[in-house]
Structure formats: structure tokens, C-alpha cells
Design a protein around this ligand. Structure first.
Ligand SMILES: NC(=O)C1=CN([C@@H]2O[C@H](COP(=O)(O)OP(=O)(O)OC[C@H]3O[C@@H](n4cnc5c(N)ncnc54)[C@H](OP(=O)(O)O)[C@@H]3O)[C@@H](O)[C@H]2O)C=CC1
Ligand SMILES: N[C@@H](CC=O)C(=O)O
Length: 403
């Protein structure tokens, strides 16, 4: 590709960051020639030439002058429509919309093949950390065993403020929104869905398999309570929202998103505020750790810029692992050790524990710690949504990993 002429969709937190970094990048040989938004009259932090703005998708897709679409809007359905239409017209796309990608990746991967058109999305998972491209290229072999980490900046920011600075939860959430880390609907962040969508995308590049989001156990931090924080402090651990995909045998892998008690010896223990941290474990190298800003305007834009530059060299994901002859299958038949705090909800009648290890009945709240199948948690997920319930994983080497 010669000069890159960008049609940019979205001029919010990330879009404005992209405008800034593209202007700064002297060697990018790229220029934003059109910006599509919902409301061109909206006041914005960054002043761009008014003539760049449009509300018409067609004005970008029909322009012979535009050879790359960059899509960073906050509406997953509209994003899907824009990305698909661009690709059908043979225009390569860079996207940051993980909700849209996690829902539609199989179709978009197929479109890349049939239409010979690239779709890059490193910014969709972990902001400025180049997780996807590394999994795709460097870890292009059978040795990978696990990708685990903090994939959501907002919930990590909230947990850090609440845990380390004793700030009220609601204030910390409001700050995460004001700083541009949170999604338009912040429940995506705090209920774990943003981490889930990133985990779905990461798993495609880690193990070559797409697992639909609704098949994956997801539990967030919205019901965390002072008693959970006190309990964690007493034990000398921190509570983090952790997403993980783990090979549990040659035949199977598992994945889930859940708050976790993290001990000080773990890399992610020190990952605070909006930072993300990803631990990659493999057969021969044990653990490697990637750390960086996972949200925010310029960090995310830097990742988009990297994808834009990659297009200068015609880079595209090849999804090599999807063609492996032997691939592990997804399982939820795996035993976890969990902490469940509750009050009114009749947890003992809802959850069937294989083994109860500890129980506490208190005036303020109760908790139980026990071994339980992930499939059992998945089946009972809708009954664990009470405001009085909080659940956290206590990491163990999976109890039945060799079954
Ligand atoms: N914020 C972050 O740290 C990160 C965000 N992302 C992802 O990037 C995307 C954008 O996030 P962010 O910048 O924070 O969101 P914002 O809410 O700040 O901005 C969204 C932008 O999308 C525009 N928009 C919405 N719908 C349409 C549409 N149908 N057609 C054209 N433009 C539209 C809005 O237009 P208008 O301004 O006129 O309302 C706005 O400019 C999301 O998918 C998010 O998940 C990914 C990584 C990090
Ligand atoms: N809302 C997301 C933004 C980046 O993906 C987060 O907080 O991590």
C-alpha cells in the first residue's frame, strides 16, 4: 500500500486519540481524510477541520480516495454493519470494537479469506499491549498452555481505588468514566463482559478456536462488598478481575472470567489502576508477562496506529492455528475452588459443591469456600446475580486437570 488515506468512524475518546497520534507519527505516511460521527456539531476536546466531518457512512465507503477504514464507534451493531460493508467492498479495516468482534469473528474471518481483505484489531484487547499480534506471530506453535490476566482497565481502576485507597466504589466508577476508560455502558466493564469479549478474541489467536461469549462463565465485580475486601486483606491477597484461557490437558482447554484472590507472588498482583497485565504460560518457557495501559485515548490510539502501519506492509492475521490438525476442545468439566459470599440467597440449595473446605456464618454476611465444577457455576449463573452474592476464584492447579 502507498499512502494510507483513512476514513475514520468515531471521534470520541479513541477517535480523537487516533487523530493526535496519526498527526504525530511522521513516518506513518497516513492521513485522515474523512471522519464519520453521529453529531458533527458536538463540542470536542480536539479541534479538527470541520470539513473532515460527515454523518454519512457511504461518503467514506464510496470514496475512491480512501483505502483504509478505521472503526472506533461505541455502537456494536452499527460497527458490524460498517466493518462488513467495508470488507465486502474490499476496503481493509482496523477496528477497536471488541463487543462487535467477539460476536461476529467467525463471519469476519471468513470474509477476510473470501474477499482477500484484511481486518486488524490489536486495540480491541488490552489497549496499548500488543497481545494479539504476539499470540498470532511469536506464539505460533503448540507450546502455549495459558493466557491469563487483567484485561479490563476500568474494573482494575475501580478495584485499585477501593482496595488501596479506600475510596467508595461509586466514586471510583465515576472517575473511570470521566477518564475515558469505561465503556458507554459501564456495566460491560464491571460485570466482566468487556473482559469476556477480549478473552474470546485472544483465544482465537492463542489456540485457534472461537468460543461464543454466551458459552463462557462470566462474573464481575459489581457486588463486591467491604466484607470481601476485609477478608482479602486478612489473607494478604488482592481481588482482581481475571480472565483466563487454560489448556487443561492435550485434548481440552477451559476459559472463564471471574474475580480472583491474587497472592503477592503473582505478576498481576502489582497491576493497578487502568493498567492491564497478561501472563502467557508455555511448556518450555514457563511464564512471560506483558504489562501496559489497557484503556484510554492515547494508549489505545497507539495500538490503532500500529495496525495502520502494519497495513503499509500489507500485514494481515493468517489465523494459522485455526488450521491445526489437532486442536484442544473447550470444556467446562473442570473443578475450581471458589469463595462465595452471601446473605439472603440460599447458596447451599443452589450450588452443589463437590467438597466444602470452609464455612462462616456472620451477622453481616456468610461465606463458603469449596470445590465446584465450572459447569455447575455455568448452569446456576442466573441464580448468582443477587446483590448479596459475590464470588471469587481461589486459584489452584486445576483439581481434575488430567481427567
Ligand atoms: N475508551 C477506551 O479506552 C477504549 C475503547 N475501545 C473501543 O473503541 C470504541 C470507541 O470507544 P470510545 O472512543 O471510548 O467511545 P466514545 O463514546 O468516546 O466515542 C464513540 C464515538 O462513536 C461515534 N458513533 C457512535 N455511533 C456511530 C454511528 N452509528 N456512526 C458514526 N459514528 C458513531 C460517536 O459519535 P458522536 O461523537 O457524534 O456521538 C463518538 O464519536 C468502542 O468500541 C470501545 O469499546 C477499545 C479500547 C479502549
Ligand atoms: N472499557 C475498556 C476500554 C478498553 O478496552 C477498559 O476499561 O478496559
Amino acid at each position: 500500500m502507498s499512502k494510507i488515506k483513512i476514513g475514520l468512524f468515531g471521534f470520541g475518546v479513541v477517535g480523537q486519540g487516533i487523530y493526535e497520534v496519526v498527526r504525530k507519527a511522521k513516518n506513518a505516511n497516513a492521513e485522515i481524510v474523512k471522519i464519520c460521527v453521529r453529531d458533527p456539531e458536538k463540542p470536542r476536546k480536539i479541534q479538527a477541520d470541520k470539513r473532515l466531518f460527515t454523518t454519512s457512512v457511504e461518503e467514506i465507503l464510496d470514496s475512491p480516495n480512501i483505502n483504509l477504514v478505521v472503526e472506533v464507534i461505541n455502537d456494536p451493531d452499527a460497527a458490524y454493519d460498517i466493518v462488513k460493508r467495508s470488507m465486502l467492498r474490499g476496503i481493509p479495516v482496523v477496528s477497536g470494537s471488541k463487543t462487535m468482534l467477539a460476536r461476529h469473528l467467525p463471519e469476519l474471518i471468513e470474509l477476510q479469506k473470501t474477499r482477500h481483505v484484511a481486518l486488524l484489531y490489536d486495540a480491541s484487547s488490552c489497549g496499548s499491549i500488543p497481545v494479539i499480534r504476539n499470540l498470532e506471530e511469536y506464539y505460533d506453535n503448540d507450546l502455549l498452555l495459558e493466557v491469563k490476566g487483567i484485561l479490563n482497565g476500568s474494573s482494575n481502576y475501580i478495584l485499585s481505588r477501593v482496595f488501596d485507597h479506600a475510596e467508595p466504589y461509586a466514586d471510583a466508577l465515576a472517575q473511570a468514566q470521566a477518564l475515558g476508560f469505561a465503556e458507554s455502558d459501564p456495566s460491560f466493564d464491571i460485570e466482566g463482559y468487556d473482559s469476556l469479549f477480549k478473552l474470546v478474541i485472544i483465544t482465537v489467536h492463542a489456540l485457534g478456536t472461537y468460543v461464543a461469549p454466551e458459552r463462557i462463565f462470566t462474573y464481575g465485580i459489581s457486588t463486591i462488598h467491604d466484607s470481601d475486601i476485609r477478608y482479602a486483606r486478612e489473607k494478604g491477597v488482592k481481588i482482581k478481575l481475571v480472565a483466563q484461557v487454560v489448556k487443561v490437558s492435550d485434548e481440552h482447554f477451559t476459559m472463564f472470567v471471574m474475580p480472583e484472590f491474587v497472592t503477592p507472588d503473582k505478576y498481576i498482583y502489582s497491576v493497578d489502576d487502568e493498567y492491564n497485565g497478561v501472563v502467557i504460560r508455555g511448556e518450555c518457557y514457563d511464564r512471560q508477562f506483558m504489562f501496559g495501559k489497557g484503556a484510554g485515548s492515547l494508549p489505545t490510539a497507539s495500538s490503532i496506529l500500529s495496525d495502520i502501519m502494519a497495513r503499509l506492509h500489507d500485514y494481515r492475521y493468517e489465523y494459522k492455528k485455526m488450521n491445526y490438525v489437532q486442536k484442544p476442545g473447550y470444556t467446562t468439566d473442570i473443578t475450581l475452588k471458589v469463595y462465595v459470599r452471601y446473605k439472603e440467597t440460599d447458596i447451599h440449595n443452589i450450588l452443589h459443591f463437590d467438597k466444602i473446605r470452609e464455612q462462616y456464618i456472620g451477622e453481616e454476611s456468610n461465606y463458603v469456600i469449596g470445590d465446584i465444577l465450572l459447569s455447575e457455576l455455568m448452569d446456576k449463573r442466573s441464580q448468582l446475580s443477587g446483590r448479596d452474592v459475590f464470588l471469587a476464584n481461589i486459584p489452584i492447579f486445576f483439581l481434575n486437570r488430567d481427567r
